[in-house]
Design a binder for this molecule. Structure first.
Ligand code: FES
Length: 270
Protein backbone atom coordinates (compact mmCIF):
# COMPACT_ATOMS: atom_id res chain seq x y z
CA UNK A 1 0.00 0.00 0.00
CA UNK A 2 1.16 3.52 -0.74
CA UNK A 3 0.75 6.28 1.85
CA UNK A 4 -1.80 8.06 -0.37
CA UNK A 5 -3.99 4.94 -0.34
CA UNK A 6 -4.62 5.79 3.33
CA UNK A 7 -5.10 9.52 3.02
CA UNK A 8 -6.62 10.50 -0.32
CA UNK A 9 -9.98 9.96 -1.93
CA UNK A 10 -8.79 8.25 -5.14
CA UNK A 11 -8.20 4.88 -3.50
CA UNK A 12 -11.50 5.19 -1.66
CA UNK A 13 -13.31 5.76 -4.96
CA UNK A 14 -11.62 2.68 -6.45
CA UNK A 15 -12.70 0.68 -3.38
CA UNK A 16 -16.24 2.05 -3.72
CA UNK A 17 -16.39 0.93 -7.37
CA UNK A 18 -14.98 -2.53 -6.77
CA UNK A 19 -15.09 -3.87 -3.20
CA UNK A 20 -18.08 -2.03 -1.78
CA UNK A 21 -20.32 -2.25 -4.82
CA UNK A 22 -19.93 -6.02 -5.26
CA UNK A 23 -19.04 -7.77 -2.01
CA UNK A 24 -21.32 -9.10 0.72
CA UNK A 25 -20.95 -6.54 3.51
CA UNK A 26 -22.00 -6.47 7.15
CA UNK A 27 -24.49 -3.77 8.15
CA UNK A 28 -25.40 -4.34 11.83
CA UNK A 29 -26.35 -6.97 14.42
CA UNK A 30 -29.80 -8.49 14.15
CA UNK A 31 -30.22 -7.58 17.84
CA UNK A 32 -30.16 -3.89 16.88
CA UNK A 33 -33.40 -4.52 14.97
CA UNK A 34 -35.34 -6.34 17.69
CA UNK A 35 -38.69 -4.49 17.35
CA UNK A 36 -40.75 -3.45 14.31
CA UNK A 37 -39.60 0.01 13.28
CA UNK A 38 -36.04 -0.36 14.65
CA UNK A 39 -33.52 0.86 12.08
CA UNK A 40 -29.75 1.28 11.69
CA UNK A 41 -28.29 3.57 9.06
CA UNK A 42 -24.69 3.45 7.81
CA UNK A 43 -22.56 4.69 4.96
CA UNK A 44 -20.35 1.83 3.79
CA UNK A 45 -17.63 2.85 1.40
CA UNK A 46 -19.64 5.82 0.19
CA UNK A 47 -22.92 3.88 -0.20
CA UNK A 48 -25.67 5.06 2.14
CA UNK A 49 -28.00 2.25 3.25
CA UNK A 50 -30.18 1.33 6.20
CA UNK A 51 -31.58 -1.83 7.73
CA UNK A 52 -35.05 -1.89 9.24
CA UNK A 53 -37.31 -4.41 10.97
CA UNK A 54 -40.66 -4.21 9.20
CA UNK A 55 -44.13 -4.71 10.72
CA UNK A 56 -43.97 -8.48 10.17
CA UNK A 57 -40.57 -8.70 11.87
CA UNK A 58 -38.59 -9.23 8.63
CA UNK A 59 -35.23 -7.49 8.20
CA UNK A 60 -34.97 -5.32 5.10
CA UNK A 61 -32.07 -3.31 3.71
CA UNK A 62 -32.85 -0.24 1.63
CA UNK A 63 -30.82 2.38 -0.21
CA UNK A 64 -30.90 5.58 1.84
CA UNK A 65 -31.67 7.70 -1.20
CA UNK A 66 -35.02 9.45 -1.56
CA UNK A 67 -36.81 8.89 -4.86
CA UNK A 68 -37.67 12.58 -5.06
CA UNK A 69 -34.22 14.16 -5.33
CA UNK A 70 -31.87 11.42 -4.16
CA UNK A 71 -31.18 12.95 -0.74
CA UNK A 72 -30.71 10.85 2.42
CA UNK A 73 -34.09 9.88 3.88
CA UNK A 74 -32.68 8.66 7.20
CA UNK A 75 -30.44 11.26 8.82
CA UNK A 76 -29.66 9.61 12.17
CA UNK A 77 -27.57 6.48 12.90
CA UNK A 78 -30.38 4.50 14.57
CA UNK A 79 -33.84 4.73 16.08
CA UNK A 80 -37.39 3.48 15.91
CA UNK A 81 -40.22 4.84 13.75
CA UNK A 82 -43.51 3.89 12.09
CA UNK A 83 -42.74 5.52 8.74
CA UNK A 84 -39.74 7.26 7.17
CA UNK A 85 -40.34 10.90 6.27
CA UNK A 86 -37.65 12.50 4.14
CA UNK A 87 -36.44 15.59 5.96
CA UNK A 88 -35.98 17.61 2.78
CA UNK A 89 -39.46 17.85 1.22
CA UNK A 90 -41.54 15.34 3.13
CA UNK A 91 -41.88 12.27 0.90
CA UNK A 92 -42.95 9.44 3.21
CA UNK A 93 -42.22 5.69 3.00
CA UNK A 94 -43.42 2.68 4.99
CA UNK A 95 -41.15 0.21 6.81
CA UNK A 96 -40.70 -1.78 3.59
CA UNK A 97 -39.59 1.34 1.73
CA UNK A 98 -42.84 1.71 -0.21
CA UNK A 99 -43.85 5.25 -1.14
CA UNK A 100 -46.85 6.42 0.90
CA UNK A 101 -47.40 10.13 0.34
CA UNK A 102 -45.88 13.52 -0.45
CA UNK A 103 -46.97 17.12 0.19
CA UNK A 104 -48.98 18.45 -2.81
CA UNK A 105 -46.33 20.90 -4.08
CA UNK A 106 -43.78 18.08 -4.51
CA UNK A 107 -46.14 15.16 -5.12
CA UNK A 108 -45.27 12.76 -7.97
CA UNK A 109 -47.55 12.76 -11.02
CA UNK A 110 -48.37 9.06 -10.59
CA UNK A 111 -48.33 8.05 -6.90
CA UNK A 112 -48.83 4.39 -7.91
CA UNK A 113 -45.60 4.20 -9.94
CA UNK A 114 -43.34 1.44 -8.62
CA UNK A 115 -40.16 3.44 -9.10
CA UNK A 116 -41.20 5.68 -6.22
CA UNK A 117 -40.29 3.01 -3.67
CA UNK A 118 -36.88 3.04 -1.98
CA UNK A 119 -34.51 0.59 -3.67
CA UNK A 120 -34.46 -2.73 -1.79
CA UNK A 121 -31.12 -4.55 -1.55
CA UNK A 122 -30.28 -8.23 -1.17
CA UNK A 123 -30.11 -9.13 2.52
CA UNK A 124 -29.13 -12.15 4.55
CA UNK A 125 -28.86 -12.79 8.28
CA UNK A 126 -26.10 -15.13 9.47
CA UNK A 127 -25.09 -15.85 13.07
CA UNK A 128 -26.95 -12.82 14.41
CA UNK A 129 -25.46 -10.40 11.85
CA UNK A 130 -27.20 -8.61 8.97
CA UNK A 131 -25.39 -8.59 5.61
CA UNK A 132 -26.30 -6.88 2.36
CA UNK A 133 -25.01 -6.51 -1.15
CA UNK A 134 -25.51 -3.82 -3.77
CA UNK A 135 -25.00 -6.40 -6.49
CA UNK A 136 -26.21 -9.96 -6.82
CA UNK A 137 -27.83 -11.62 -3.81
CA UNK A 138 -25.14 -11.87 -1.16
CA UNK A 139 -23.01 -14.97 -0.97
CA UNK A 140 -23.41 -16.45 2.49
CA UNK A 141 -20.57 -15.28 4.72
CA UNK A 142 -18.63 -18.14 6.29
CA UNK A 143 -19.30 -17.77 9.99
CA UNK A 144 -19.35 -20.70 12.36
CA UNK A 145 -22.06 -21.45 14.88
CA UNK A 146 -24.72 -19.36 16.51
CA UNK A 147 -23.24 -16.94 19.02
CA UNK A 148 -24.52 -16.63 22.59
CA UNK A 149 -27.27 -14.16 23.51
CA UNK A 150 -26.81 -10.69 22.04
CA UNK A 151 -25.39 -8.32 24.67
CA UNK A 152 -25.34 -5.04 22.73
CA UNK A 153 -23.35 -3.01 20.24
CA UNK A 154 -20.84 -0.21 20.82
CA UNK A 155 -20.25 2.39 18.10
CA UNK A 156 -16.84 4.07 18.03
CA UNK A 157 -15.94 6.82 15.56
CA UNK A 158 -12.28 6.78 14.57
CA UNK A 159 -10.36 9.38 12.58
CA UNK A 160 -8.61 6.94 10.28
CA UNK A 161 -8.94 5.23 6.94
CA UNK A 162 -10.86 1.96 7.18
CA UNK A 163 -7.85 -0.08 6.03
CA UNK A 164 -5.86 1.07 9.07
CA UNK A 165 -8.60 -0.27 11.32
CA UNK A 166 -8.73 -3.65 9.54
CA UNK A 167 -4.92 -3.94 9.67
CA UNK A 168 -4.96 -3.20 13.39
CA UNK A 169 -7.64 -5.83 14.08
CA UNK A 170 -5.71 -8.43 12.06
CA UNK A 171 -2.18 -7.60 13.15
CA UNK A 172 -1.96 -9.71 16.29
CA UNK A 173 -3.82 -12.74 15.00
CA UNK A 174 -3.55 -15.73 12.74
CA UNK A 175 -6.66 -17.62 11.65
CA UNK A 176 -7.66 -20.10 14.37
CA UNK A 177 -10.88 -21.60 15.69
CA UNK A 178 -11.08 -18.62 18.05
CA UNK A 179 -10.33 -15.87 15.54
CA UNK A 180 -11.72 -15.48 12.03
CA UNK A 181 -11.63 -12.67 9.52
CA UNK A 182 -14.36 -12.32 6.91
CA UNK A 183 -13.16 -10.20 3.99
CA UNK A 184 -13.32 -7.29 3.93
CA UNK A 185 -14.79 -5.77 7.09
CA UNK A 186 -15.46 -8.28 9.86
CA UNK A 187 -13.50 -10.08 12.57
CA UNK A 188 -14.93 -12.59 15.05
CA UNK A 189 -13.14 -13.44 18.29
CA UNK A 190 -14.32 -16.13 20.66
CA UNK A 191 -13.31 -16.37 24.31
CA UNK A 192 -15.04 -18.96 26.52
CA UNK A 193 -18.80 -18.25 26.31
CA UNK A 194 -18.32 -14.83 24.73
CA UNK A 195 -18.10 -13.77 21.08
CA UNK A 196 -16.92 -10.33 20.03
CA UNK A 197 -17.58 -9.21 16.47
CA UNK A 198 -15.73 -6.14 15.24
CA UNK A 199 -17.43 -4.61 12.18
CA UNK A 200 -15.51 -1.90 10.33
CA UNK A 201 -17.74 0.70 8.63
CA UNK A 202 -15.81 2.81 6.07
CA UNK A 203 -17.78 6.04 6.34
CA UNK A 204 -15.46 8.32 4.34
CA UNK A 205 -11.82 7.88 3.41
CA UNK A 206 -10.71 9.46 6.71
CA UNK A 207 -13.63 8.54 8.96
CA UNK A 208 -14.33 5.02 10.11
CA UNK A 209 -17.01 3.74 12.45
CA UNK A 210 -16.33 0.58 14.41
CA UNK A 211 -19.28 -1.50 15.60
CA UNK A 212 -18.34 -3.86 18.43
CA UNK A 213 -21.13 -6.44 18.69
CA UNK A 214 -20.91 -8.43 21.92
CA UNK A 215 -22.58 -11.81 22.42
CA UNK A 216 -22.61 -13.59 25.78
CA UNK A 217 -21.72 -10.52 27.87
CA UNK A 218 -22.79 -6.88 28.31
CA UNK A 219 -21.41 -4.59 25.60
CA UNK A 220 -20.55 -1.86 28.13
CA UNK A 221 -17.76 -4.02 29.56
CA UNK A 222 -15.93 -3.53 26.25
CA UNK A 223 -15.88 0.28 26.20
CA UNK A 224 -12.25 0.49 27.41
CA UNK A 225 -11.15 -1.99 24.70
CA UNK A 226 -13.00 -0.01 22.01
CA UNK A 227 -11.34 3.21 23.24
CA UNK A 228 -7.94 1.51 23.02
CA UNK A 229 -8.62 0.46 19.41
CA UNK A 230 -9.59 4.05 18.55
CA UNK A 231 -6.41 5.46 20.07
CA UNK A 232 -4.20 2.88 18.35
CA UNK A 233 -5.83 3.39 14.94
CA UNK A 234 -5.52 7.16 15.09
CA UNK A 235 -1.78 6.78 15.85
CA UNK A 236 -1.40 4.24 13.04
CA UNK A 237 -3.17 6.56 10.60
CA UNK A 238 -0.45 9.16 11.19
CA UNK A 239 2.20 6.43 10.67
CA UNK A 240 0.69 5.33 7.37
CA UNK A 241 0.44 8.89 6.07
CA UNK A 242 4.10 9.42 6.91
CA UNK A 243 4.96 6.28 4.90
CA UNK A 244 5.41 3.65 7.66
CA UNK A 245 4.07 0.36 6.31
CA UNK A 246 1.94 -2.10 8.26
CA UNK A 247 3.77 -5.17 9.59
CA UNK A 248 3.48 -7.86 6.94
CA UNK A 249 1.88 -10.53 9.11
CA UNK A 250 -0.11 -13.39 7.62
CA UNK A 251 -3.65 -11.95 7.67
CA UNK A 252 -2.48 -8.41 6.91
CA UNK A 253 -0.56 -9.71 3.88
CA UNK A 254 -3.72 -11.52 2.73
CA UNK A 255 -5.73 -8.31 3.20
CA UNK A 256 -3.21 -6.34 1.10
CA UNK A 257 -3.23 -9.01 -1.61
CA UNK A 258 -7.01 -8.78 -1.94
CA UNK A 259 -6.86 -4.98 -2.00
CA UNK A 260 -4.23 -5.09 -4.75
CA UNK A 261 -6.49 -7.41 -6.78
CA UNK A 262 -9.39 -4.97 -6.36
CA UNK A 263 -7.25 -2.00 -7.49
CA UNK A 264 -6.08 -4.00 -10.51
CA UNK A 265 -9.71 -4.81 -11.42
CA UNK A 266 -10.56 -1.15 -11.11
CA UNK A 267 -7.67 -0.06 -13.34
CA UNK A 268 -8.78 -2.60 -15.94
CA UNK A 269 -12.31 -1.20 -16.11
CA UNK A 270 -11.86 2.58 -15.70
S1 FES B 1 -35.37 14.71 -1.53
FE1 FES B 1 -36.70 13.57 -0.25
S2 FES B 1 -38.56 14.64 -0.35
FE2 FES B 1 -37.26 15.76 -1.66
Amino acid sequence: MKSEDYSQGDAFQAEKRTIFSTETLPLCAEGQLARPGDFVSVTVGGWSVFAVCDKEGAVRVLRNACRHQNMQVVGVPSGNCETFRCRFHGWTYDLQGRFLAAPPPVAPKDPQATDLHLAALAVTVVCGLVFFSLGDPPALPELDGAPAAYGGTLATDIACNWKVCVEHLLAEHSPTADFTWTWPLLTVRRAAAMTIVEQVVPHTFLRTRLFTHVFGAAADEHRPAAATIKQACEHLQADRVSGAAAADRMLVADFHRRLAEAYARDRATT
